[in-house]
Every structure is written in C-alpha cells, then in structure tokens.
Design a binder for this molecule. Structure first.
Ligand code: ZN
Ligand code: FE
Length: 258
C-alpha cells in the first residue's frame, strides 16, 4: 500500500481559533496548521498519540504563531512559512512561495499566496484529498479583514480559490460562521443556500460543534465575498453596474462596520 488517507484532527482553542493536526498514518508524520496555542497543540498531539514533524504557518498574526518556538524546542519540528514576511514567522526553517509543494509523509500540499488579510498570507491545498487550510483568508460565509493588503489584492486571492475543485473541503482558522451568516443574510436574504447554511450553523453551534469544514461549493453558493455578481446583493448596496472588485470592496467595508 502506498497511500493511507490523511487524518485531520480539529480542536478549538483561544477564544474562537481552530487548531489542526494533519497526520499521515503510513509515515507517522504530523503537521500542525498554525500554532494558536502551544499547550492546546501539545494536548491534541497527546490525545491522538502523534508526534509533531512540521508546522505549516499561514501568516504572522499572534494567534497563528504563538506556539511556534515552544513546540519546535520540544519536538524539533520543521517550521514552514511564506517567503514574504518570513522574518515575522518565529523559528522558520523553510520559506515557500506560490506553487511550491510541502510534503507530509506521502501526501503533499500546494502553497497558494493569498495576500489581503496580511501581505504574506499563504494557504495550503492538499490537492489529491481536496482539503484546503485557508487560515484567515477565507472563512465559512466570510473572509479575512484587510489589515495589510488592499481590497483588490484580496479579491484577486479569492478568485484564485474560486477556481479550485468545488468539492474542496475548507478548513478555516476561526469559528466566525454565525456572525458571518447574520451579515450575509442582510445582503442576500433570498439566497436559499445561505439560509440553509445559516440554519445548519446555528444547530451545530447550539450543540457546541464546529461549523467547519464547509465545501467550496457551499461557499460559492452562499458566501457574499464570493458573490459580488449577485443581483440581489448589488440591488441591496445600490451598485448595479459596478465591477466585481468594487462590489467586493464595498461588501468588505460594510462587514467591517457590521
Ligand atoms: Zn490573522
Ligand atoms: Fe487569526
């Protein structure tokens, strides 16, 4: 046998972050996607009986790199992050850029550069298993705030994601879905896919369960940041004829005030 499926372990940490462990059972290599909290990552590793071989960082914000150095010291793991802003990734060993592959045992993730939330934000796409770790670029029913990049950059980044296979599972870094759904429903109350996702998210959160992963198909149908072409959204914000990029920028601006 050459391949066993990757195993994903999701765990909530900090106030609303998700940590992820990605494990290849054959090689026993295990990657943490970001390190929101060293203690929480360590506890997750112990619970699964896995040992850490890699950290894959999406961007330099504190709630994504907090545990880097402590975990590296304890496990000797290798830290991978973006070439752009690499000086802000504590303990970085390997710098990666658009299109490069990162191997976890017998599996690999392709790096996509998605500037917008930060200038050096990258995401990890495990192509053969259709899994995307989207960091703070794409959330379920939302997208990251523009702390460093422009709306044009973020729209360009999101368009890259729109071209991935629709069955791709989206593992994002925060549980923001309920708040995102409330905003999305103000813009597009008639969107049935959105109504369905919103109701499902409420049900899951009532039971204390995560709303992630969603699929790209679901996001394309319901996430307003993917939908600047929607006639209903355009009517709502009175931008019937604007370019998609301008509509996207306005949706992002409105969400900042929501
Ligand atoms: Zn962030
Ligand atoms: Fe974050």
């Amino acid at each position: 046998m050459t391949h066993l499926p990757l195993q994903i372990h999701l765990f909530p940490c900090r106030s609303d972050n998700y940590g992820y462990l990605v494990h290849d059972p054959l090689s026993r290599e295990t990657a943490a996607i970001d390190t929101p909290d060293a203690g929480a990552v360590r506890a997750a590793l112990e619970e699964k009986g896995w040992s850490l071989s890699h950290i894959l960082n999406t961007h330099h914000h504190f709630d994504h790199v907090e545990g880097n150095l402590a975990l590296k010291e304890q496990t000797g793991c290798r830290i991978i992050g973006a070439t752009t802003q690499s000086e802000k990734i504590p303990g970085i060993d390997r710098m990666v850029s658009e299109g490069e592959l990162v191997h976890i045992g017998h599996h690999s993730a392709r790096v996509l550069e998605t500037p917008g939330h930060t200038l050096g934000h990258i995401i990890y796409h495990f192509e053969s298993t259709h899994m995307l770790f989207s960091g703070d670029t794409l959330f379920s029913l939302g997208c990251g705030r523009l702390f460093e990049g422009s709306a044009a950059q973020m729209w360009n980044s999101l368009q890259k994601l729109m071209r991935l296979p629709p069955q791709t599972q989206i593992y994002c870094a925060h549980e923001y879905t309920i708040n995102n759904a409330e905003f999305a429903l103000e813009l597009e109350p008639g969107n049935l896919a959105l109504q369905t996702m919103s109701a499902k998210a409420k049900e899951l959160r009532r039971e204390g369960l995560p709303t992630v992963p969603s699929t790209l198909r679901q996001e394309l149908d319901a996430n307003p940041f993917f939908r600047p072409g929607s006639a209903e959204i355009r009517r709502k914000i009175k931008m019937p004829d604007a370019a998609n990029e301008a509509v996207f920028a306005e949706i992002r601006r409105l969400k900042d005030q929501f």
